[in-house]
Ligand binder design. Structure first.
Ligand code: GLN
Ligand code: ZN
Length: 794
């Protein structure tokens, strides 16, 4: 068994010699994708049949080795469990599910007799196999990472059977590195799951807590045998109160789970347990963990305040892992402030406090290394901390805790100077933007009353009942992508590129005319991405070259960095939308990305509240809408697909969020005169908590996803008395399937029965950029035919 007692002999938590030493500095997790997206390349080659399973396994092993080496070079000692063993070939929630054999019945054949699922089977769960739908993908807390949703029913197996975690632990040990394995804890696992198909009404995955805990106990014993000194159990579900079970039940589940795993199961039969949360404060879950026998508890001290002293005192017999370096953003830490928090934390815990320094969450949400971004100004680069820089910050803070501030005085001074330079940079505070915002009155946030708008728009647009339209994008074809790549490489000139995009727009317009759509779009051919496109055109944003972060599985995004005050240099979309409008007599809808979505999919400055930053983005969009208006565009859509995903995890914070996001949307759109129709698009169908906010956006037309849930959402809409126009999607664009005219007619009939037909639009669920022309053409043909048929019955 690995010994991790600190040199000098005493075990951790000071008092208990059997508890292994917990490292003074660690990170809760590290990017898994690889500095050069090795994971993506390796798994995609395997999926495409370009490599064998053995090649893939070798590539994954070398990626893990490379990551361990990298963390060791950065200064995390390889011998003490400070290097997390958190690698996943696709998703850590799927890892937990397969470890427990918790595989939906439709995939039962993927589980071998001994309870294991091999790597090809694991990928089948993640991606489906043509006949069987994969596990559902959904957002991991309030981040842009997506996990696979386990399906748990009364009879779903929950049995420890897979030794992937131990395999990885031993692999590292053979390399001389003692890692700290990381898994999703049982309470979070069950709360993130959904009831399996066919589960009886009222069943909740949490009903299976005891079975899950028994399986985890077996895994803990196996890890104990393998010699893992520490195990990290991630329980971020404890910070949220947004679950579909009462808070008391969540707390009781945590009490029961950790009573069994830490109390009944003793050391050294199991590793020492570190329960980490992250993504927010533990709140009333902290006393539950404090009462349990787990050896270490993690606190997110970036998103949450320091717990009250009385609660801290109850942690005196545990290691407290202080998340003071933000795992979610890309900015250098205010080290002086972090040290202040650490000092107050230690004082609060009292005599003999054992505090380790850590990140607030896994670093999976940030790119690898800011030093590689050579094209950024040295100044901006100096303000940034990606994963590697954050590892260094954690180590520096631990040195300061151990040796006093003096021990690291030079580095603290240097960090403070970089922060001061950031504050003083002219792009960070632009007088023009600030003055304009300060001068805004309430009038800038309100449009003419809806009835007046409705009449003016009817007169201007003269649309039929059940008008047909699309959500904005048409297929991003291989030619479009080739043109963009050629432009980047310099083998195509800017003028040639613009010509190619104009030609594409013309084709899209002609197609829509042929299909008989009522409101046309330009098709978004020129947009590499709905946020990136605007970020490149606005002051205050910077693009990275290597700043990839995992979105899910092998998918990565490269968010822009919103570092300064936002200002528009000039029109951003008028050329394209105007070109489309010049080609047709039908109304063309302009297409913008809303302020909340631009924030949600970027790394946003941390030196002012997001609501203020959102207003700056909104001002730029407001000017864009004015320019579109001046170019004769009568309809503008402002997409806010991320409105719901930024919704805070704790109910108490929601109102403030919804207030600032609604204000930003209204600032962006309220400059539009009554006769200009403002649309918005939201990419989901569960509105529960935000229906009121959607109403307050005051858009004339709101398109939403509805096809997949077969229009269920309309019941909510009707209950809420939503009085403006609505376009429930009838064509599910997430699949290549072409819906028949009859099917679409049926959905429309449902919609007409639920909502007054005068309020209804006919459109797909979302943009068409990921689809192919063949299916899109057929589906839209059917959509127009169905609309005409139902229109005739009104
Ligand atoms: N207008 C965008 C499109 O059609 C909207 C995309 C989205 O909602 N995610 O692609
Ligand atoms: Zn959408």
């Amino acid at each position: 068994m690995t010994t991790t007692a600190r040199p000098g002999g005493d075990g951790d938590a000071g008092r208990d010699r059997t508890v292994p030493w917990f490292p003074d500095a660690t990170v809760l997790g590290y990017p898994r994708i690889g500095a050069n997206r090795e994971l993506k390349k390796a798994v995609e080659a395997f999926w495409a049949g370009r490599s064998e399973l053995d090649d893939l396994l070798a590539a994954l092993e070398s990626l893990r080795r490379e990551t361990r080496g990298r963390l060791a070079r950065l200064g995390l000692p390889p011998g003490d469990g400070s290097i997390p063993g958190d690698f996943s070939a696709y998703d850590h929630v799927l890892d937990a599910a397969t470890t427990l054999g918790a595989v939906p019945e439709r995939f039962a054949d993927l589980v071998a007799e001994d309870g294991t699922v091999d790597l090809p089977g694991y990928f089948t769960l993640a991606r489906g196999d043509g006949e069987r739908a994969p596990l559902e993908l959904t957002k991991w807390f309030d981040s842009n990472y997506h996990y696979l949703v386990p399906e748990i029913g009364p009879d779903t197996p929950l049995r420890y059977g897979d030794d992937r975690l131990i395999f990885k632990f031993l692999e590292a040990a053979a390399d001389g590195v003692t890692t700290r394995p990381v898994i999703v804890g049982p309470v979070t696992f069950l709360l993130l799951s959904k009831p399996a198909a066919g589960a009886p009404a009222g069943f909740h995955p949490l009903d299976r807590l005891d079975d899950a805990v028994a399986a985890y106990a077996d895994q803990l014993r196996a890890l104990g045998v393998a010699g893992a000194p520490w195990l990290q159990l991630d329980e971020p579900a404890l910070v949220s109160d947004a679950w579909d079970v009462p808070r008391a039940r969540v707390l009781a589940a945590a009490e029961r789970a950790y009573g069994a795993l830490a109390g009944e199961l003793g050391r050294p039969e199991r590793p020492a347990l570190f329960v980490s949360a992250g993504y927010g404060p533990l709140g009333d879950a902290l006393p539950v963990l404090a009462r349990s026998a787990v050896e270490a508890v993690g606190l997110d001290l970036v998103r949450g305040p320091l717990p009250p002293a009385a609660e801290l005192a109850t942690l005196a017999r545990k290691v407290v892992v202080a998340g003071v370096v933000d795992g979610r953003n890309v900015w250098r830490t205010d080290l002086d402030a972090a040290l202040g928090v650490l000092e107050r934390l230690r004082a609060g815990i009292g005599e003999g406090a054992r505090v380790a320094v850590a990140t607030s969450t896994s670093l999976l949400h940030v790119p690898h290394d800011a030093a590689r971004e050579k094209h950024l100004s040295r100044e901006l680069r100096g303000w940034l901390a990606f994963a590697d820089q954050k590892v260094e910050e954690v180590l520096l803070l631990a040195d300061a805790v151990a040796g006093g501030r003096e021990a690291v005085a030079t580095r603290l001074a240097e960090a403070a100077a970089a922060r001061r330079a950031r504050r003083a940079h002219p792009g960070v505070r632009r007088a023009g933007v600030r003055e304009r915002l300060a001068a805004l009155t309430d009038a800038a946030f309100a449009r003419a009353p809806y009835p007046e708008r409705r009449a003016a728009q009817e007169a201007r647009l003269g649309l039929p009942a059940l008008p047909t339209t699309t959500i904005g994008s048409f297929p991003q074809t291989a030619e479009i992508r080739r043109a963009r790549a050629a432009l980047r490489r310099g083998t195509m000139s800017e003028a040639e590129y613009r010509q190619a995009m104009r030609a594409e727009i013309e084709q899209v317009v002609r197609l829509q005319e042929r299909l008989g759509l009522d409101v046309l779009v330009h098709g978004e051919a020129e947009r590499n991405d709905m946020v990136q496109y605007f970020a490149e055109l606005l002051d205050g944003f910077a693009a990275t070259e290597h700043g990839w972060v995992q979105s899910y599985g092998s998918r990565c995004t490269r968010p822009a960095i919103l570092w300064g005050d936002v200002a528009r240099r000039g029109p951003m979309t008028v050329e394209w939308t105007g070109h489309a409008a010049s080609l047709t007599d039908r109304p063309v809808k302009g297409m913008l990305t809303g302020p909340v979505t631009i924030l949600a999919w970027s790394f946003v400055r941390d030196d002012q509240p997001p609501g203020e930053t959102a207003l700056q983005v909104a001002l730029a969009l407001r000017d864009e809408i004015a320019d579109l208006e001046a170019a004769g565009i009568g309809i503008v859509q402002v997409d806010e697909p991320a409105l719901r995903e930024l919704l805070p995890l704790r109910a108490a914070e929601r109102q403030d969020y919804l207030d600032w996001s609604v204000r930003a949307f209204r600032l962006a759109t309220s400059g539009a005169p009554a006769h200009t129709q403002i649309h918005t698009h939201l990419c989901y169908s569960e509105f529960g908590a935000i229906l009121g906010a959607i109403d307050r956006l005051d858009a004339d037309v709101t398109s939403i996803e509805a096809a997949r849930s077969r229009m269920e959402v309309l019941a909510d809409i009707r209950r809420a008395g939503f009085g403006r126009q609505i376009g429930p999607g009838v064509y599910d664009i997430h699949s290549p399937r072409v819906p028949s005219v009859d099917e679409l007619k049926e959905l429309l009939a449902t919609a007409v029965a639920a909502v007054p037909p005068g309020q209804l639009w006919v459109n797909p669920d979302c943009g068409l950029k990921t689809r192919g022309y063949e299916e899109v053409t057929a589906a839209l043909e059917h959509l127009v035919a169905a609309a005409h048929a139902v229109r005739a019955t009104l």
